[in-house]
Ligand binder design. Structure first.
Ligand code: 5AD
Ligand code: SF4
Length: 463
């Protein structure tokens, strides 16, 4: 009875008052932010009956999910908000919300420059958005919630409904590493591992809907460590991987991002036991110089990193490694930089991401003396990216004339060809009269571009 009453109140509370809601979400940043935005969409659809629109000018609720990891995040934010201010001038009923890492970092300060913003929410409070939107609508008063409630938001998300064959799932939030250049621990808070039972349940639900590939997400997935001390219930990352590998129909498991410090022998050895773990690993090293790694407080040195890769290659000779690099960290000499280039070649890295160091407010590195000129930084980035591109090309070219297994994900509107992904994360296009979406198929690679390949269909995989 009480539940029914609550349900009715909720209906009146939200839906009747806020009919015809059209939601526009703009997302900046990493896969985690994309994932968060998809959850925002789900919860807003469920609670406020929102329809998602692709155009800001059609919406009455505008949400900006921000990222502050690099560059001039604040300037970018106010620039975007300026455009939305004009929309609000024409329609004062529009509700504007700013979320994510810049919101978490700047909080109320955003309102000083953009008083027309209605809601400021953080990466851990976006489940409260429907209530916040409703309150702003009713009381015409701005609201801020950038707190870090532990694991609370996941309880509010409706079970995901999907037609995708590959799906992201967050397993751990926040970061405890405090690398000296990075703002994430301040904006996303301390590490919190989601209960493994919830993760398994969510993946089982996805698998029942046809999902075949799971991509585990977190700032540091391999420090996943769920503990319920009262119930003496514990689960680390390798145990979680083992449990996921037993879920029917989950044929591929990917994860990002992991940290070399937590890449234990236990985790390396699990590659022997779990064939679903793909032969592709994104393991950010950031620099090939021990001196810079120590200034970055990365907690490993170059030889530790190489040892992990060698051990993995012993178990999986064909595993391909991708990484992240920062160039022009304060005090980086030409020698440090060339050590990074050598590392790329020594460990034969595949496609990787690289960035110019960007000083982030409040981080220890922002107080370090930065004597590398911006033109020098740009030159180093250019050179580094040249080597990374050569590496990527080399791996892609090697695939020509080989048979690869791909999981077919969809059909491209651009070239009307089906596409799928190889284990080593390359998108493969092929022409077919049959619809193989959701199937693993064998294809023969016939042409290669930098990140994508073209192929002909050979056969459907048996399993
Ligand atoms: N400047 C440049 N790159 C950064 N990254 C994180 N913080 C910074 C910064 N302040 C990069 C790292 C990390 C990736 C997600 O972003 O390479 O692995
Ligand atoms: Fe940032 Fe370092 Fe944490 Fe990665 S491990 S999120 S780079 S602090």
């Amino acid at each position: 009875m009480l539940i029914l009453l609550k349900f009715c109140i909720k209906i009146i509370y939200y839906n009747l008052i806020m009919l015809n809601n059209k939601l526009y979400i703009k997302t900046w940043g990493c896969q985690m932010n994309e994932y968060d935005s998809s959850k925002i969409a789900d919860i807003m659809k469920k609670e406020l009956n929102c329809k998602i629109t692709k155009f800001a000018q059609n919406a009455n609720i505008l949400i900006l999910n921000t990222c502050s990891i690099r560059e001039k995040a604040q300037e970018k934010l106010f620039h975007q908000l300026g455009r939305w201010k004009n929309l609000k001038k024409n329609n004062p009923e529009i509700i504007i919300g700013v979320g994510g890492c810049v919101a978490s970092q700047e909080g109320e300060k955003i309102l000083r420059r953009a008083h027309y913003v209605d809601i400021i929410f953080g990466p851990q409070t976006f489940h409260k958005l429907p209530r916040m939107v409703y309150k702003v609508h009713k009381f015409k008063k701005y609201l801020i919630d950038i707190s870090f409630p532990k694991n609370e938001k996941f309880k509010f998300f409706p079970p995901k409904k999907t037609t995708d064959v590959s799906s992201f799932i967050s397993i751990i939030e926040g970061c405890n590493k405090y690398c000296t250049y990075c703002i994430v621990p301040y904006t996303r808070g301390k590490e919190i591992s989601r209960p493994y039972k919830d993760i398994i349940l969510e993946i089982k639900n996805l698998s029942l809907q046809g999902v075949k590939e799971i991509h585990l997400l977190g700032q540091n997935v391999n420090s996943y460590n769920y503990k319920d001390i009262k119930k003496q219930d514990y689960c680390n990352f390798t145990k979680l991987l083992q449990m996921i590998s037993k879920i029917e129909n989950i044929k591929r498991i990917r994860f990002t991002t992991s940290h070399p410090q937590n890449f234990s022998n236990e985790l390396i050895n699990i590659y022997k036991k779990i064939p679903q773990l793909v032969n592709f690993l994104h393991l950010p090293v950031q620099s090939g110089s021990d001196r810079i790694l120590s200034l970055m407080k990365r907690r490993y040195n170059v030889s530790d990193y190489i040892e992990i890769i060698n051990k993995l290659k012993n178990i999986r000779p064909n595993i391909q490694i991708s990484s992240d690099f920062i160039v022009g960290f304060p005090g980086e000499t030409r020698k440090d930089f060339y050590d990074t280039i050598s590392l790329i070649l020594d460990i034969d890295l595949d496609m990787s991401f690289s960035f110019i160091y960007s000083s982030r407010p409040g981080t220890p590195a922002s107080k370090m003396k930065d004597n590398v000129s911006i033109s020098e930084k740009k030159e180093r980035l250019y050179l580094l990216q040249y080597y990374l591109k050569q590496q990527t090309k080399k791996f892609s070219l090697k695939m020509i004339n080989t048979i690869q297994i791909i999981l077919v994900e969809g059909i491209s509107i651009q070239n009307n060809q089906y596409f799928g992904k190889t284990e080593n994360n390359r998108t493969v296009f092929f022409i077919s009269n049959n619809n193989y979406i959701g199937k693993f198929i064998n294809v023969k690679i016939i042409d290669s571009y930098l990140y994508s390949l073209y192929a002909i269909f050979i056969s459907i995989c048996k399993n």
